[in-house]
Design a protein around this ligand. Structure first.
Ligand SMILES: Cc1cc2nc3c(=O)[nH]c(=O)nc-3n(C[C@H](O)[C@H](O)[C@H](O)COP(=O)(O)O)c2cc1C
Length: 512
């Protein structure tokens, strides 16, 4: 028979009857529905995983849990993953970034036909794409045409007219004056200065231009000047893929302070802006801590990449399952190689990060293939799996199609040629990982944050250890169940009860 504190932690859905006690200190009298016959006793109410987070979020976007399965580029967050997330009672964002429009459209149809037109707990990703002029507008057009009502906007350093257009077109004023949204933005940010414009109303100048070009109406512009651009802000702390490597606790506090500033400046109620937390969320303690900090919702990424619904190959998922928290590294991003932008990737089991960094080192030093020494040239040919000239020929025919000016410049600029060939290699690294090309394991580019290792440590030796059991549903339900227990343990400890360290841990199980 477990002691009462253990039972109180293990059954968070039960009330706990307490007595603050006298000289002997506080005591747990009973766990369950029946009130003990003790006049001074009082109840600690049940905790349900469904109650963790901001319930106003669930009113705005009906779902069971304040838990979001985050978008993962190039369809790694597959339509199937989104459907599984929603069917588990969570939100899901489709990994539409980097996919051709036709494929995005097919994915959206797949999600809608599986979930039905009334289901609203899902959306897709609008990624800032400065290198591809017109792409954001085309994606927004597609989302509007397809009735995508929730968009996670990411990588934006500032607002763009297409973001404003999407949100403004969904604004309506109800009879009582309340402004409602049909198109919702979840803005993913990792800095307060980027978050603030999303928390504030759309800039007047941008609204005027959108009205002048006939893209939104006067009424929509007026409504957009009265509400935050995004009611949902996802604080992206140290995560897989593109990341500023911010610590979660620091970022969340910083964005909370930004919300207070913006709300005061614009006369908003702070509850008009909800902040969710992403990055490093992979254990019950992390989920509980996020909610304890005041996060409206949590968003997971890396852990879902190892799930059965992931678009990553089985070979890639097997590597992920072996990672520890320190088995990640920053490596050059394929699309912003020249600018020195980096992404967080899996280090263990692949040489991608090391090779990518060495390539970037050559580029930064101003080298071209022709100026490299014989040993470095050989290394490069080996990494590419073909001689540099052959790699350049394939790269050139692609670049000539998508960016002829860049291709022309590279003809006379060896350093640029090196960069373009390196970019192609980095890009292929992600493709080889998705496809599970066994000849290219050493070159797999798998975006991954330390969350993956924390998850692996937590589930080691439990039913969530085998890859085949890692569905987004099992992952989410275990994290949330565990978070409810950790929350209960924390409550009891804050009330003065001796709570053992093991009460803050939870062993995963398979849910029905
Ligand atoms: C493989 C992978 C691909 C990702 N692709 C995108 C993306 O296309 N757009 C985006 O906003 N975030 C992307 N993310 C970030 C996730 O949506 C999520 O915010 C992040 O992974 C949370 O941190 P975590 O990795 O520590 O769980 C990606 C993450 C991973 C692991």
């Amino acid at each position: 028979m477990p002691d009462l504190v253990t039972r109180a932690v293990e059954t968070p859905r039960s009330a706990v009857w307490l007595d603050t006690g006298g000289a002997s200190g506080p005591s747990v009298l009973a766990v369950g529905d029946t009130r003990p016959d003790q006049p001074t006793c009082f109840a600690l109410p049940p905790i349900y995983p469904e109650w963790l987070g901001d319930r106003a979020l669930l009113a705005a976007h009906p779902a069971r849990f304040c838990y979001v399965v985050g978008e993962m580029a190039r369809g790694i967050a597959t339509p199937r993953m989104v459907v599984a997330a929603v069917q588990a009672g969570c939100f899901g964002f489709y990994g539409s970034a980097g996919l051709p429009l036709t494929e995005i459209k097919t994915g959206l149809h797949e999600i809608r036909s599986a979930l039905g037109p009334a289901e609203s707990a899902w959306g897709a990703n609008l990624i800032h794409s400065p290198q591809e002029p017109g792409q954001e507008a085309a994606v927004v057009d597609l989302f509007l045409a397809e009735g995508v009502r929730r968009v996670s906007a990411s990588a934006f350093m500032r607002l763009t007219p297409d973001v404003i257009r999407y949100t403004a077109l969904g604004l309506e004023q109800q009879a009582g004056g309340t402004i409602t949204r049909r198109n919702h933005i979840f803005a993913k940010v990792s800095r307060a200065e980027v978050a603030e414009p999303f928390m504030a109303p759309a800039p007047e100048k941008m609204l005027r231009e959108l009205v002048a070009s006939g893209k939104i109406s006067e009424k929509q512009a007026d409504l957009a000047s009265k509400v935050p651009v995004a009611a949902e802000i996802t604080a992206e702390s140290d995560s897989g893929g593109h990341t500023d490597n911010r610590p979660a606790a620091v970022l969340f506090s910083s964005l909370s302070a930004a919300r207070s500033r913006v709300a005061a400046r614009h006369g908003f109620d702070e509850s008009m802006i909800r902040i969710g937390l992403a990055g490093g969320i992979a254990t019950p303690s992390a989920v509980a801590a996020a909610f304890q900090m005041g996060a409206a919702y949590v968003l997971t990424g890396s852990v879902n990449q190892s799930a059965v619904e992931s678009g990553l190959s089985e070979a890639g998922r097997k590597l992920l399952a072996k990672a520890g928290p320190a088995d990640v590294a920053m490596a050059p991003a394929a699309d912003m190689f020249e600018q020195g932008v980096e992404v967080q990737v899996l280090k263990r089991g692949t040489l991608f990060a090391m090779r990518g960094k060495k390539l970037h080192g050559f580029y930064r030093a101003g080298a071209s293939y022709e100026t490299l020494g014989p040993a470095d040239r050989k290394w490069l040919d080996d990494v590419l799996g073909e001689v540099f000239d052959a790699a350049w020929a394939s790269t050139k025919s692609y670049i000539q199609r998508v960016n002829p000016a860049e291709a022309e410049r590279a003809e006379t600029d060896g350093n640029k040629r090196l960069a373009l060939v390196a970019r192609r290699y980095l890009f292929q690294g992600a493709q080889w990982a998705r496809e599970g090309d066994t000849k290219r394991t050493a070159d797999y580019q798998i975006w991954c944050g330390p969350a993956m290792g924390a998850f692996n440590e937590w589930v080691a030796g439990t039913p969530l250890d085998p890859l085949e059991n890692r569905s987004v549903r099992q992952i989410a339900l275990n994290l949330l169940e565990g978070a409810a227990r950790v929350t209960r343990a924390g409550q009891l400890r804050a009330m003065g009860f001796p709570v053992a360290p093991q009460h803050f841990s939870y062993t995963p199980q398979l849910f029905e």
